[in-house]
Design a protein around this ligand. Structure first.
Ligand code: AHR
Length: 312
């Protein structure tokens, strides 16, 4: 009797093991790689069987991955949507199959009924924090800004641009003189910054760089140095993510400020999913993570040490 009961218990807990599909964008940035690592770790901690799919930056690959997860009958789907539009059809298919979908770190333009919840930061707020930091830092002096945008059509690129513009809206002394995508990558950030520097008198017309992520800023810092200027001094550098490398640049005086985005989006997503599956608790439509500003005054060397190993 006891052994039958024990084997039944094992069976029922095995039956509860969740299979969750995760469609990741790719690995364009240090932040993205950390999110992947942490999602795998958080799944393992909870005994979740995670099916991971890397879309190599292509929405069509993400849509294919979602359709394959639906066909396999997974218990839930996590997706970090590369761009904001074009998700309606596949999200409807998941809904019809009664498979809850959770968005990670980026938003979609689709109807909110088509996904269970979204875990992410207030992307507009992040941009406005960066903008306000610049307003305070230049304290009324004229400042020409160049902007490196994230992936075109992605919600962070759209919202971080909007937020920064809101942050500097009342400062007539601050002007965005150039703005182009650097695709959230280090290589493209460097390449586009080189063209900005060339077009703006070797960089002498540029007072500050605003990059939609730290990786592009790190690439741009290299370009500024190669142009014979001092990043962090001749050209101020403000970006978003708070990856270890930007703290290293801040400790060296080559970057000035960053707004933190946590790479652990999966932890809150899995918790919300568990509550929903176990007792039908409906999560809020948006589970917001914190955004904190760090500057050179915040002991960047210590912040660098603190982040190493946290998925980075
Ligand atoms: O969606 C979040 C953004 O995507 C991160 O800021 C960036 O580094 C990543 O690639």
């Amino acid at each position: 009797g006891a052994s039958l009961l024990a084997s039944m218990t094992i069976l029922s807990s095995a039956a509860l093991a969740q299979t969750i599909g995760f469609s990741q964008i790719g690995s364009e940035s240090g932040w993205r790689a950390a999110e992947t690592t942490l999602t795998k770790q958080e799944a393992e901690k909870r005994g979740i069987d995670l099916k991971f799919s890397d879309a190599q930056q292509k929405q069509e690959n993400q849509i294919k991955a979602l359709r394959s997860f639906i066909a396999q009958g997974v218990d839930a789907i996590l997706v970090a949507p590369v761009v904001a539009t074009g998700w309606d059809a596949v999200l409807k298919e998941a809904k019809e199959a009664e498979i809850p979908v959770i968005l990670l770190d980026r938003m979609v333009d689709s109807d909110k009924d088509l996904y269970l919840t979204a875990v992410g930061s207030d992307l507009v707020h992040e941009g406005s924090v960066a903008g306000k930091w610049l307003v305070d830092t230049v304290a009324g002096k004229d400042c020409n800004v160049v902007e490196l945008q994230g992936t075109t059509g992605s919600s962070p690129a759209i919202d971080r641009k909007k937020g920064f513009e809101q942050g500097i809206a009342d400062a007539a002394n601050i002007k965005i003189i150039r703005s182009q995508t650097g695709d959230f990558t280090r290589a493209k950030g460097k390449e586009v910054m080189e063209s900005f520097l060339k077009a703006e008198n070797g960089g002498k017309n540029i007072c500050a760089l605003y990059a939609h992520n730290d990786d592009m800023a790190v690439g741009a810092i290299q370009a500024i140095k190669e142009a014979g200027l001092k990043p962090g001094t001749d050209i101020l550098v403000v970006s978003i993510d708070a990856v270890p490398d930007i703290f290293q640049a801040m400790a060296a005086g080559e970057a000035n400020a960053t707004v933190e985005l946590t790479p652990n989006m999966a932890g809150p997503a899995f918790d919300a999913l568990k509550a929903y599956k176990d007792n039908g608790t409906m999560p809020p439509k948006f589970i917001q993570t914190e955004s904190k500003l760090y500057t050179q005054k915040d002991d960047p060397a210590k912040e660098y040490e603190a982040r190493k190993g946290l998925g980075y």
